[in-house]
Design a protein around this ligand. Sequence first.
Ligand code: IMP
Length: 425
Amino acid sequence: MSLTIIIGGQWGDEGKGKVVDWFTTNYKPSVIARFNGGNNAGHTVVNGKGTFKFHLIPSGVFHKGVKCVLGNGMVIDPAGLIKELKELHDKGVKTDNVLVSDKAHLVMPWHFLIEEAQENYRGKNSLGTTKKGIGPAYSDKAARTGIRFSEFINKKFFLERLEEVYKLKSKELKAYGKKLPSQKSIFEDYCKFALKLKKHVTNTERLLRDAQERREEVILEGAQGSLLDVEWGIYAKVTSSATTRLGVYQGTGLLPLQNEQVIGVYKAYITRVGAGYLPTQMDKKTQDLIRNAGNEFGVTTGRSRRCGWFDAPLARYSAKKNAFTEIVLTKADVLGVLDKVKICVDYKLNGKILDYIPSSEAEFNRCVPVYEELPGWGRSTSNIKNYKDLPINFKEYCKRIEGLIGVKISIVSLGPSTHQTVVVS
Ligand code: IMP
């Protein structure tokens, strides 16, 4: 296998960072690449060097010699990237292998201001975004008013482009009653950023295609989850990038030329942050239990995540959208705090079982979950090393999920550390 694609099957926060780290340790890829999003993502990796929270840099950065690519499909806040590079550097982690696509887009100061103004303007209908400028940066990319890293690292080209875009953005912000910092101060700040980042910027699509042609191992690290995809997610409470497998090709330049291993990462329950209906939302008491046991607080925003029961209709939908070849079930240990567990096996709409996920959010919001109740295992499993030693009810739970999604679970994760990972045998 040479392309391993790791994708969140739910609404993000499935524990992909740890899964990427596990696959990197075991597969020894030459490259790990991100293809979507920006620092709206938050990945936690716990290893021998400590606990690390990444927003932009792929989780494989600890592995010697592995190139870590921030692909062309990303939108990157240069100040955020510099901060992450510095944190790693200060902890003795080498960052020479962090490479940024020269076609990736910049997050600019106006993106934060526009997002804030739009969210305020929406009032009770706000999306609950991460306020990292992601939506406005992707909007500018589509509107042909974005700025690429290739321009950013060349002072002359950057100034030309900035002059053109600054005028438009000042006008736009005026309509919201907001004022931009001066063009001069933005130019000066961004030139300082460019000086620090220039050595990391390169033609990453060539690097990736060369690796693909040489059949080297390449890992693709998805950010957010499939249900947040701008095309295939539960629109409009989505992020602005392509979060599914389809985003890989557009966001890196790789092509679907060979057999791929496509790993769907699902939590054993489900969480959602920001606005939008969570059909299987648990009652308050159970949510509090799960939130605390699973530390369900955003890595990027610190917001508490809403918790729900495993939602098989949505899981089936995302498995089909990505053609997952296997599943990694994460945070299964967390459910050990309960004596009984529920799974949503179907949705009902107007009294009828659905065999599809509605395209309209208004219809989705009216879907009613149909539950099955299973006995829990009511104990901690976080120190178990072999699948055969897991409680029988735990294994039955996994089997039921496999049956409902139609894809095999190959790995279960029983805690945040890389070693708390059990291969299903
Ligand atoms: P944005 O990506 O900041 O524009 O936010 C759009 C929606 O996606 C909001 O509901 C966010 O809470 C959600 N979102 C964005 N990134 C993540 C993530 O990494 N995990 C979970 N939700 C996310």
